[in-house]
Design a protein around this ligand. Structure first.
Ligand code: FAD
Length: 554
């Protein structure tokens, strides 16, 4: 039957395509469904830098310990070890589809083509030819090679479940506004993160609305560390169309870069290039909160001292080669791009460290529901090291596809799905509220109360406001246009975003300390070993949100 698969992968970024390709290679009849074209997502927007094991003088142990240290006590060691041990294999798998990591003149991944990204003790970061776009193209060609059924412009609405197993996905075709069901023996979630909850203060693309967390939650999976949301310290503040775009991170600042407040006082001295993202953001949060900012609410990143530093110009050449500062040229002009003028910068939401709780094979609490990539939790704890996300999506995408195919081989789906296609019930709704305006109110609220700095009072305020927005979201205005009705997509994403916001806010209330990316003004200190615990959230048998603080597995 047309709508029955061994494996359905939800999400067509790097993790999703790796999973689909691995499942298809293992002989599974595989479909990949995505709101966007396959090969897009944050993966395509990325700089394409990926940390890899076995490079030059690096060792397995150093790589593992760097990630563990960066995670501030919350990373799962077994997942981290797997990421390191499988990294070479996963990158070779991607290169089969035409992607290339840049090599030296002898064709080796070695020497000065390898970068040392911030917080890494050794150079181990590979650069991609064609950056994230090159990666996206290769991923798309992987789906051609394996004859994977691509179902694009289609959003997963819910995961179908009976007893303790999932058996398919209910979807909405955004091109026609028709809903229908697909059956599968195993489902892989690869829906990416939730940075769009904070737009415009995010580097993420519009598809990152946190759908996967909500799909997993309602299917009965557990979520972990949802409060740990990384902001990258240096985002553009103006013009408004550029707000939130990444223009650098700690290692970019070189040996002599500094951060100043709006009055020119030093916030961060030279040498911050060796700090992690969370440490730099923590230092920037107070002056921003106290209003010691530039006119547009940012701080100043002064790169000029590098021009007089003995190692400054060599560093500048390396940074320019990554393309990470390209936005500075168009936003702030040539002088700033040449490091002769400071850049106005504000931290911008970048990555969800938390997510679906999975084991080493990416299995969630449901035996045939898997999760890989940014939607999974466990690897990065409280703070992700630069260039580890792409490694994570490749490694765990591959594992998820293999595990899902193996499950499907042993257990074929028996439940019947509804073959009937019916128009979305939201089409032609004549309520009061435009979904996009409710989205904007939610995003503002989330940046204000769950963005840089949080407090019990602010989090409760936000939860109350989300409850109100949920009521208003029951009364939407959506036209009767059936072809690519943008308000319909807004409405679907609004519902996911409202629920994802509640998950984030509840997890943030649980952690009464400041750790990693989670900064509480009412609990400004790190809570010690007592707080080296993961926050877990799930839906209990009465349909209510349940939570637990659990020791991090050693
Ligand atoms: C600007 C930028 C630069 C970055 N640079 C780097 C870097 O150089 N190195 C690094 O390690 N990391 C980097 N990252 C982080 C990294 O790119 C991401 O964490 C990673 O690409 C996520 O991959 P993914 O496959 O999990 O999700 P994505 O690539 O985001 O793919 C998820 C897909 O799922 C789709 N989807 C979501 N919900 C649904 C639904 N309900 N139904 C159907 N489809 C759905 C989305 O539309 C999307 O296409 C960067 C991120 C950004 C934003």
């Amino acid at each position: 039957m047309d709508n029955v698969y061994d494996v359905i992968v939800i999400g067509g970024g790097g993790a999703g395509v790796m999973a689909a390709a691995a499942a298809a290679e293992a002989g599974a009849r595989t479909a990949i469904l995505c709101k966007e074209p396959v090969g897009y997502g944050n993966t395509r927007m990325s700089v394409g830098m990926a940390a890899c094991a076995d490079i030059d003088q690096d060792s397995r142990q150093h790589f593992i310990e760097d990630i563990m240290k960066s995670g501030e006590g919350l990373s799962n060691r077994q997942l981290v070890e797997t990421l390191v041990d499988d990294s070479r294999k996963a990158m070779a798998f991607l290169e089969k589809f035409g992607h290339t990591f840049i090599r030296n003149k002898d064709g080796q991944l070695s020497g000065d083509v390898i970068s040392r990204a911030g917080g890494h003790t050794h150079p181990r970061t590979l650069r991609s030819s064609g950056s994230g776009i090159g990666m996206g193209q290769a991923l798309r060609s992987a789906t051609e090679k394996y004859n994977i059924h691509r179902i694009e412009d289609t959003a997963a609405l819910s995961i179908l479940k009976e007893k303790d197993r999932v058996y398919g996905v209910r979807v909405l075709d955004l091109a026609t506004s028709l809903e229908y069901e697909l059956a599968a023996s195993a489902v892989v979630l690869a829906t990416g993160g939730g940075g769009w909850l904070f737009y415009p203060q995010t580097t993420n693309n519009r598809g990152s609305c946190g759908d996967g967390y909500v799909l997993a939650y309602h299917a009965g999976a557990k979520l972990m560390d949802m409060e740990q949301i990384q902001a990258i310290p240096f985002g553009i503040t103006h013009p408004s169309a550029y707000r939130g775009l990444i223009c650098g991170e700690p290692f970019v600042t070189g040996p002599a870069g500094r951060v100043l407040d709006g009055q020119g006082n030093v916030v961060l001295e030279e040498g911050m290039n060796r700090l992690g993202r969370a440490e730099v953001v923590r230092a920037m949060a107070s002056p921003i909160q106290e209003g010691r900012t530039t006119r547009d609410g940012g701080l100043l990143l002064d790169m000029e001292p590098n021009l007089y530093h003995p190692k400054g110009s060599q560093h500048r050449d390396q940074i320019m080669a990554t393309g990470i500062t390209a936005t500075v040229l168009t936003a702030y002009g040539k002088k700033a791009y040449n490091w002769e003028e400071p850049w106005s910068v504000l931290p911008t939401v970048h990555f969800f460290m938390g997510g679906v709780h999975v084991d080493n094979n990416t299995t969630s609490h449901i035996p045939n529901l898997f999760a890989a990539g940014e939607v999974m939790g466990g690897v990065n704890g409280g703070n992700r090291l630069g260039s580890v996300a792409l490694t994570e999506i490749l490694v765990f995408g591959l594992r998820a596809g293999q595990a899902a195919a193996s499950y499907a081989k042993r257990n074929q789906v028996r439940q019947k799905t509804n073959l009937e296609k019916r128009q979305s019930p939201l089409i032609d709704s004549d309520g009061k509220n435009r979904p996009v305006l409710l989205c904007q109110r939610l995003q503002k609220l989330m940046w204000q109360h769950a963005g840089l700095m949080r407090s019990r009072e602010g989090l409760f305020k936000a939860l109350k406001a989300v409850k109100e927005l949920k009521k208003e979201a029951q009364d939407l205005r959506i036209s009767n246009e059936k072809v690519y009705n943008s308000a319909l997509r807004d409405a679907i994403e609004l519902h996911f975003m409202l629920e994802a916001a509640e998950l984030v806010l509840n997890a943030a209330l649980l952690r009464e300390e400041s750790r990693g990316a989670h900064i509480r003004s009412d609990f400004p200190e790190k809570g010690g070993a007592n707080w080296e615990k993961n926050t877990l959230l799930w839906k209990d048998s009465n349909g209510k949100l349940a939570h637990l603080l659990r020791e991090v597995p050693k």
